[in-house]
Design a protein around this ligand. Structure first.
Ligand SMILES: Cc1cc2nc3c(=O)[nH]c(=O)nc-3n(C[C@H](O)[C@H](O)[C@H](O)COP(=O)(O)OP(=O)(O)OC[C@H]3O[C@@H](n4cnc5c(N)ncnc54)[C@H](O)[C@@H]3O)c2cc1C
Ligand SMILES: *[C@@H]1O[C@H](CO)[C@@H](O)[C@H](O)[C@H]1NC(C)=O
Ligand SMILES: *[C@@H]1O[C@H](CO)[C@@H](O)[C@H](O)[C@H]1NC(C)=O
Ligand SMILES: *[C@@H]1O[C@H](CO)[C@@H](O)[C@H](O)[C@H]1NC(C)=O
Ligand SMILES: *[C@@H]1O[C@H](CO)[C@@H](O)[C@H](O)[C@H]1NC(C)=O
Length: 516
């Protein structure tokens, strides 16, 4: 390079440096007349500080990973002391189709979209049809790429595939190892993020407000630890704050008063959708809440608002439900029917029970046949003391008669009282007081909230005018419209990864555009 050219370059860059200093000075001076530049100052700050990601579940971690792959700085704010959210608890797996891990002829599963639309139910036709179409299209079209990203780029093992209810193909992926899928995804992404100098994670910091001085979001206000003075972070914002299934006395009570006070499989904590409506976001499907009919009441802590799921397969493989010693439903019915049958019964008055927790005392009973088939699950519940081994005399005289009757139906000697026609692996036919059974107490629990903030297929938070609000995106359970009336098992982890990647790319593009 010639000497003259070097000099020229140096003077140009000096000039740019001085000019931008001057500009910044003008913009930051309180009485600046340069209103024109009012959104440039926020963009400058954003460039330096990067993107703010609220929530450290799978959606937030995916968005952060994506941003960092674009070389963009991330400040992640998390209310809890430990990162991972409810994503950490996911136990069945993540959907994707078609993938090379699915059994059968390679890439033959083309039904994921149809299964998802079917599961979404009537609301798919009756409201926000165009929006739902593009959200479900994005979810299923990008599912294979999501699995590929996790396995090839992030190194997560997802080689085991199961078929869950509502799916016409096996397409729910999990690892071959011992770690459940949620924990495996969260720990892998978090580990790689922590290796990047661009990543900052602030735990015990709750976002209390989204800043939107005019048309664009410019940052958030948040409170850390016991501090009373809020802090501010400036920059574009990605909202990945999860659902409100654990908000029993707040949002759940507001949108589904019939479920107020129900225990949950999620951590008890307030939902954060209100922070989005405060800046003009629209909500949809807020009354669409998934309730699981059977979660364990832990005898050591009966009034805990957090419950452990009693796997659905326990009923499927032959389990019986009793209330005060009597059957009350065909256990093979859908989640909804079984839940309704339970909640029509008198509520529990367990001693020591916190009156704020609304639950029922239903016995779930298995025999040795069911145990043999599902021993890995049942051993775990026994170890956790959520189930116990007992003899029928411990359960009272009514239970003996009910189980004799059930066993007679299972053996084909009589028609079942509730027309149940499949009894799984139940093999106890000669029921006596001394027959051995496995028993746990179960109650319905709120599991997942389908509703949330309306987003576009690009993850933009849609305002009241039907347009994306500038500077903010949402992904994961905080959003609504992806699942309609019913979420397919395995599709919420998928939603986190698909839309987490989308919003990461979109926020990166926004910052890059601001740079130019
Ligand atoms: C027991 C259980 C098993 C499940 N199994 C499966 C499964 O097998 N497959 C599947 O697809 N789905 C499953 N799900 C559902 C799935 O785990 C969740 O829907 C999904 O993980 C939600 O991820 P997320 O990133 O949107 O939110 P989360 O993982 O819940 O993370 C949100 C985070 O945001 C934080 N946060 C919220 N508000 C604020 C705020 N104002 N400021 C700062 N931080 C905030 C929260 O503390 C939380 O850490 C399961 C759920 C449970 C409870
Ligand atoms: C900045 O403000 C101008 C004028 O108000 C607007 O047209 C533009 O879209 C804004 N851009 C960004 C990135 O904020
Ligand atoms: C998904 O893919 C199908 C088939 O390629 C296409 O017709 C559809 O428009 C796509 N949907 C979305 C939302 O990308
Ligand atoms: C996943 O783990 C299993 C068991 O360790 C192993 O056999 C398999 O090859 C792994 N798959 C991939 C894609 O790494
Ligand atoms: C349990 O039974 C099902 C069929 O009902 C079968 O597919 C499965 O392999 C059995 N599992 C065990 C561990 O026996």
């Amino acid at each position: 390079m010639s000497r003259r050219r070097v000099l020229y370059l140096v003077s140009i860059s000096l000039f740019i440096g001085l000019a931008s200093m001057l500009l910044r000075h003008l913009v930051s001076s309180p009485n600046s007349k340069l209103k024109l530049f009012s959104n440039m100052s926020t963009q400058n700050a954003a460039k330096e500080r990067g993107v703010i990601v609220v929530g450290s579940g799978l959606a937030g971690l995916t968005a952060a990973s994506t941003l960092i792959s674009h070389g963009i700085r991330v400040q992640m704010l998390e209310r809890a002391a430990k990162p991972g959210g409810n994503s950490m608890k996911a136990s069945s797996g993540i959907n994707g189709a078609p993938t090379k891990y699915q059994p059968g002829p390679p890439f033959s599963d083309t039904f994921f979209h149809a299964d998802t639309v079917k599961s979404a139910g009537a609301v798919y036709q009756t409201s926000f049809k165009k929006e739902r179409e593009s959200l479900i299209g994005t979810l299923t079209n990008r599912s294979a790429a999501a699995i590929e990203w996790l396995t090839e780029e992030k190194g997560v093992n997802l080689s085991v595939v199961a078929q869950l209810g509502g799916h016409s193909f096996p397409r729910t992926h999990r690892g071959a190892g011992k770690l459940p899928p949620g924990a495996s995804l969260v720990t892998t992404l978090l580990k790689s993020l922590k290796e990047s100098p661009l990543f900052e994670l602030d735990t015990e910091c709750t976002v209390t407000k989204v800043l939107k001085p005019s048309t664009a979001v410019t940052g958030v206000e948040y409170l850390c630890g016991e501090k009373k003075e809020p802090k501010r972070a400036e920059g574009p914002v990605i909202f990945a704050t999860g659902g409100f299934a654990g908000d029993a006395h707040g949002m759940l009570a507001k949108y589904r008063p019939d479920l107020a006070g129900f225990p949950s499989t999620n951590d008890p904590r307030p939902g954060s959708q209100d922070l989005l409506t405060a800046i003009g976001a629209q909500l949809l499907d807020m009354e669409q809440v998934q309730v699981h009919p059977t979660s364990f009441i832990d005898p050591a802590n009966p009034s805990s608002p957090v419950k452990f799921l009693a796997a659905e397969l326990l009923r499927g493989e032959g389990g019986v439900l009793l209330f005060e010693g009597k059957r009350f439903v065909n256990e093979m019915e859908t989640r909804k029917v079984v839940t309704e049958a339970i909640t029509n019964l008198p509520i529990s008055k367990l001693e020591n029970q916190d009156e704020k927790v609304k639950q029922w005392e239903i016995l779930l009973i298995l025999d040795e046949g069911v145990y043999k088939n599902a021993s890995s699950h049942i051993d775990f519940y026994l170890w956790k003391k959520l189930m116990r081994k007992a003899t029928i005399k411990d359960l009272g005289p009514t239970a003996l008669a009910s189980l004799k009757d059930y066993a007679s139906g299972a053996a084909g000697h009589s028609t079942d009282l509730f027309k149940r026609d499949s009894f799984g692996h139940w093999e106890l036919h000669d029921v006596t007081e001394d027959s051995v059974v496995y028993v746990g107490t179960v109650t319905p629990a709120v599991h997942f909230t389908m509703g949330g903030a309306l987003i576009s297929a690009k993850g933009e938070v849609i305002g009241e005018d039907g347009k994306g609000i500038e500077g903010i995106w949402a992904a994961g359970e905080v959003s609504g419209g992806v699942h309609g009336e019913n979420r397919l098992g395995g599709s919420s982890l998928l939603e986190c990864v698909v839309f987490g990647r989308v919003v990461g790319d979109e926020a990166a593009r926004y910052l890059q555009a601001a740079k130019e």
